[in-house]
Design a protein around this ligand. Structure first.
Ligand code: NAG
Length: 467
């Protein structure tokens, strides 16, 4: 017997209490009830906002998913409806007949190729530590793992080879003494609530997605207590929200006060930022830091991530994983010939028919866990996906001995008024500061400076009393 999805929806309605309220911060249950009332009154589009917010708040509730799918079918959004039924079927291990019947019903509206694509995409987007051999047919290896203790050991040449930042690696044991409770959301809101962030309710998997400008407090509030009405034009159901907090000078200092103690490889910019932009000129320093997204805290839900790309400035970066796990796919510049344009290849599950050169890729695929850091040199392609709810990392851009020439060239281009604007409009003060930087980077004894800082850390560790 085939049950019409509409009939199923009607049955579900009958068993629910009828109520209509619109208080702020409604529970998923309240949002769902409101959605049902709206759908019963025939306002499907309006009801979708509330169904989606309910699903967002209770992502494992297969009834909510099913009802959302049924309503999406009513407005003929078959692709979305399919993803709801697939998710609900997955959550229930295929044991919930209503969902399976709705799936069958839906398939009748789609041609087999369309259906195949929808199913493949749905599987590809799942946040998993590895891909199946079917999904990822190119070569991936694991990234070298280096312990900070070994880097501090002058006799360990293997570890020392990573110091100057010419190779990508995962760094362990460098955050053991950090107080990670500072990154629990109540703590972040208490300390940095009014800081300005870019809020992406819909993640950053496509380059065209534009953020909302918000304060950290309201972005996190939305993230945790979704209110259907806020998402007038976006599908709030998918828990892949992304908050990109471009950290200014004082907030970075404050993060240090809260226990962010970065190893010397990742702090060389502290000195030259003051020298180039003026130690007491907070405005000028912030202008540089914010416009270049030099330092960021990235907060995302499970499934959120950044599309495959390489950084415009030819800079290097590190990320300190302060909460949750994040999966990374990294490829060196030598793989550019196989990667098409930014965002084209989903490296976790490439469409090899559309992008056949991706079959020749030879890259890294690694999961970075809480308390670990990852570093990548300039011109490395990277794609990320958060595996936990919530996943959070602190990220910084770096100038190194190996990338200073490239970065200087890129900034000179930004400051040349005849060039196309990519990152910032060339402002006199900012560009004057950068001119100073080029000299400083050129003169700096990178290896010696770093060695001296590492020795300081070793000395401090040596005199630290045993507890
Ligand atoms: C040197 O460091 C590497 C990377 O952390 C480590 O795998 C290796 O065991 C270390 N060697 C010695 C002799 O400690």
């Amino acid at each position: 017997m085939t049950v019409s999805p509409f009939l199923v929806l009607a049955l579900l309605f009958a068993s629910l209490p009828s109520c209509a309220l619109s208080a702020p911060n409604q529970t998923p249950k309240q949002l769902h009830s409101q959605a049902i009332s709206l759908a019963q009154a025939g306002s499907y589009e309006e009801s979708l906002k509330y169904f989606r917010a309910a699903v967002r708040g209770a992502p494992e509730n297969f009834n909510y998913l099913n009802d959302l799918g049924v309503t999406e079918m009513r407005v003929k959004d078959f692709t979305k409806a399919a993803s709801r039924f697939l998710e609900a079927a997955y959550l229930t291990g295929g044991a919930y007949d209503v969902v399976l019947e709705n799936l069958e019903e839906l398939k009748a509206f789609l041609d087999p190729v369309e259906w195949q694509d929808i199913e493949t995409d749905w599987w590809a987007e799942r946040p998993t530590e590895t891909s199946t051999p079917d999904q990822q047919r190119h070569k991936v290896r694991s990234l070298p793992v280096v312990s900070y203790d070994d880097m501090l050991d002058p006799r360990n040449e293997t570890a020392a080879a990573f110091l100057l930042g010419d190779h990508p690696y995962v760094l362990t044991d460098a955050m053991n003494h950090w107080d990670l409770s500072a990154y629990e959301t109540p703590s972040l809101v208490a300390d940095f609530g009014s800081s300005r962030v870019d809020y992406y309710p819909q993640n950053m998997k496509e380059e065209t997605v534009k953020p909302f400008f918000s304060q950290l407090e309201s972005a996190i509030g939305n993230f945790e207590n979704p209110d259907g009405t806020v998402y007038a034009n976006v599908d709030a159901s998918r828990r892949n929200t992304y908050i990109q907090w471009n950290v200014d000078y004082f907030d970075w200092e404050k993060l240090k006060d809260k226990g962010m103690d970065l190893p010397p490889m990742f702090t060389s910019d502290d000195d030259w930022i003051n020298e180039c932009f003026g130690e007491y000129d907070k405005k000028n320093k912030d202008n540089f830091l914010i416009k270049t997204h030099w330092r960021m805290v990235l907060i995302g839900q499970k499934g959120a991530g950044m599309f495959n790309h390489k950084d415009t400035l030819q800079s290097s970066s590190f990320q300190a994983q302060v909460k949750g796990r994040k999966r990374w796919h990294l490829c060196s510049n030598a793989e550019s010939k196989n990667l098409y344009k930014a965002g084209d290849v989903d490296t976790f599950s490439p469409n090899y028919e559309k992008f056949p050169k991706a079959l020749d890729l030879d890259c890294f695929d690694v999961v970075v866990h809480t308390g670990e850091m990852i570093y990548y040199p300039p011109n490395y392609w990277h794609q990320t996906r958060n595996l936990d709810d919530v996943t959070m990392s602190v990220s910084g851009t770096l100038v190194t001995k190996g990338n200073k020439a490239g970065i200087s060239r890129e900034f000179r281009r930004e400051c040349d008024t005849n060039q196309r604007v990519r990152i910032f409009h060339p402002e006199e003060k900012l560009c004057a500061g950068l001119s100073k930087c080029y000299d400083i980077w050129e003169r700096k004894s990178w290896a010696e400076d770093l060695a001296a800082h590492m020795e300081d850390v070793q000395a401090q560790r040596a005199i630290k009393p045993e507890l």
